[in-house]
Design a protein around this ligand. Sequence first.
Ligand SMILES: Nc1nc2c(c(=O)[nH]1)N[C@H]1C(S)=C(S)[C@@H](COP(=O)(O)OP(=O)(O)OC[C@H]3O[C@@H](n4cnc5c(=O)[nH]c(N)nc54)[C@H](O)[C@@H]3O)O[C@H]1N2
Ligand SMILES: Nc1nc2c(c(=O)[nH]1)N[C@H]1C(S)=C(S)[C@@H](COP(=O)(O)OP(=O)(O)OC[C@H]3O[C@@H](n4cnc5c(=O)[nH]c(N)nc54)[C@H](O)[C@@H]3O)O[C@H]1N2
Ligand code: SF4
Ligand SMILES: [Mo]
Length: 738
Amino acid sequence: MKNDISRRDFFKKTGLISAATLFDPKTLKALEPLRPQKTGRVAGRSVKTIDSICEMCFWRCLISGKVDKGRLVKIDGNPNSPSNKGKVCARGNAGVKLLYDPDRLKYPLKRVGPRGSGRWVKISWDQALDEIAQNFLRIRDTYGTQSLALFPHGSSAQFIHSFFHSLGSKSISEASYYQCRGNRDIGYKMTFGESPGSPERIDLAHADAMLFIGSHLGENLHLSQTMEWIEGLQRGAKLVVVDPRFSVAASKADIWLQIKPGTDVALLLAWTRYIIDKNLYDSEFVEKNCIGFDQLKQHIEHATIDWAAGITDLEPEKIVEAIELLTSQMPRVAIHPGRHSTWYGINDTQRTRSMAILTALLGAFGKKGGLFLKTKIGMKMCKSRLHEKPVLQPPHLLRDKWPINLPGTPTADVIDATFEDEPYPIKAWMVWGQNIMQSTPSPERTLHAIKNLEYLVVVDLLPSPATAYADIILPEATYLERYDLIIKNQHSLTPYVAYRKPMVDPLYESKDPYWITKKLAEKMGYPQAFPWNDITEVIDTSLKSIGLSRNQIDRNGGVINIPGEPYLKEDEEYHFKTRSGKIELYSNRLERLGLDPVPEYKPPQPGKTGYYRLLYGRTPVHTMSRTQNNAWLHHEAPENCLWIHPEVAKKLNIEEGQQVRLENQGRVKSGTTLKAKITIGIRQDCVYMEAMYGSPSELLKNAFKSGVSDGSLMTDRSKDPLVGTVGLRNNFVQIQPV
Ligand SMILES: Nc1nc2c(c(=O)[nH]1)N[C@H]1C(S)=C(S)[C@@H](COP(=O)(O)OP(=O)(O)OC[C@H]3O[C@@H](n4cnc5c(=O)[nH]c(N)nc54)[C@H](O)[C@@H]3O)O[C@H]1N2
Ligand SMILES: Nc1nc2c(c(=O)[nH]1)N[C@H]1C(S)=C(S)[C@@H](COP(=O)(O)OP(=O)(O)OC[C@H]3O[C@@H](n4cnc5c(=O)[nH]c(N)nc54)[C@H](O)[C@@H]3O)O[C@H]1N2
Ligand code: SF4
Ligand SMILES: [Mo]
């Protein structure tokens, strides 16, 4: 039961009196009932409950661990969580097995044999950080700041990220941006002036119609989003799914459009033209909030339904039926903005822009059941203090390669620069929470680049494939053993603040990320970079800036709700953060840059005869490569399989369950094999596998060579012309039965 309390009561109960000036009291109206951390009894034993935040994937659900005599025995969802509401997915539950994984990195290690020989010696943290500091300084002083590159991912990399940034290095590349959602964020920014955020601010629970372009919810399992999606369906929302494959989402759709891969922009433009032509769009919303409507209309004159049908391989009637279904429920239409958007390189950003434009025409921005508004929580986030002193930087040539800059540098560019020493040498990499050998296309090229490095440091929990080539390996404490993250969830209908805390003491010699980064900064001569003594002081400083404390969050059951205003009020004037202050259907900025001001359809790379386009996606019980070695999850889903259409299987003499080997268009062979799954749920021109299986790391006993690594077959490097991200779906395979 929710317990609404008055503002006065709130301040009284939480002791927030002095906070009134820091925290806008108008925004605070309710608190969940207090559910303090408690001690219970299970089978005669004393078990402690500790609230924290999951990191088995990046959705970061709120969790509660049960700890028995210092040992974590179970992870549940935190019942007070307004998002995951006491639930946890299989991966969240299996965090226990990450904590106690016998293959974990245990001590700092230094390479003694040649790169890749797998010979290391155990060293102390002091020695490891001394050596890293000396090598980073030497390389920086010899080749310049940009020669220090960082590949960060995950919450623990936030401090090192800000440190590299404040040193002046822009050679920073996040997999979760450059091979994931960078394009989407830019496509939406160019249109609405803001990205759809993470979690995506899409109101599935209250939608009357939903459109998923690729987004394969149910397999892509971000828990609260999946729960909201199901809630919407149960309320009777209509669902249109566009996917070449019969995904879990497609199985729940009213209309499934089995599109030809890479042709979504044609479909989106034809829908846009159709609703303009038939006057099915929200003209009042467009008139009030958009610019460039007439130019858009003119630019897509060619995009008829028949034109799109020819390109997408869909029936014209079905294309029309789908858009009429969506417009019939306007404006409560949730067009999922997608998350992983680096698909075909050639027009990934423009594809997401087409989705944003359609959202605008349906008047679904700022509306219940549509794309809702962010709730700003103005908390101070503690980053490297060097920011305050400008650091002289060399011109950042990599960054200036692309007309629109994402933060940092595209991964492919960092790898090329390392490989070619052009436009300047990159000589040291720090890989922190990224599996660059599997999540970056062309692993062979990555390996060549690594061989050209003078120094490689890997910070991980497990012996990921890159550790094999590292000069120094650092063992980080898992998310269950460390403080690090404060969540200010601004992208939810129910915004909240929570923080991560350890459930058990760090095992072995693993250390928390703040400690590691602060020590490294000190050893490099920057004691001022992180002035806070330890991570709890960092958390306290941030919380204090909005008048909260750890104690209050603990006493309130691990979370404090912040009331939001997610929908536009009637007659509200919303200032879009674009250059014009309006939604830009036609982009003058893109025009000035010599780019398409309105998205245009560009065909993806064609395949050769006898080859099938390689598609990939998520599986509910794994998060990419990071869970492949987890004993419980590996037990549930030890290998991936290859979806093949029955006609293709017949032609190639492949039977259900038979092992197959793959070879890509560049003659790269899959090192391992996988099982054929013969199904009409996939088109004849492509095949599909679950991503990130088949680890090449021998030290991951469960994951090693279990299934096939999709990334090992990705050698095409078609780049998005706006931002330089590499599309991962222009790879084709021949299938050989074993
Ligand atoms: N369980 C689980 N959940 C996860 C993750 C995980 O590892 N495990 N990872 C999370 C992360 S980081 C991300 S980014 C998201 C990714 O999840 P999504 O953003 O949903 O992924 P996509 O790559 O967009 O979608 C994959 C789907 O696109 C279809 N597809 C392939 N080509 C095309 C095409 O040309 N057009 C269309 N319309 N569809 C196509 C594929 O058949 C597949 O069903 O998932 C998140 N959720
Ligand atoms: N082939 C292929 N490539 C892809 C994708 C794909 O589907 N297929 N998807 C793309 C997408 S959407 C994304 S988001 C990226 C994801 O790319 P990555 O982030 O590289 O993928 P993960 O598999 O999550 O690997 C993370 C690494 O971090 C380690 N790790 C886990 N937790 C911690 C921690 O707390 N601290 C530290 N230091 N390390 C930790 C894991 O052991 C693992 O080695 O990949 C992109 N690239
Ligand atoms: S969706 Fe599952 S793995 Fe991801 S944060 Fe939530 S519980 Fe953890
Ligand atoms: Mo992602």
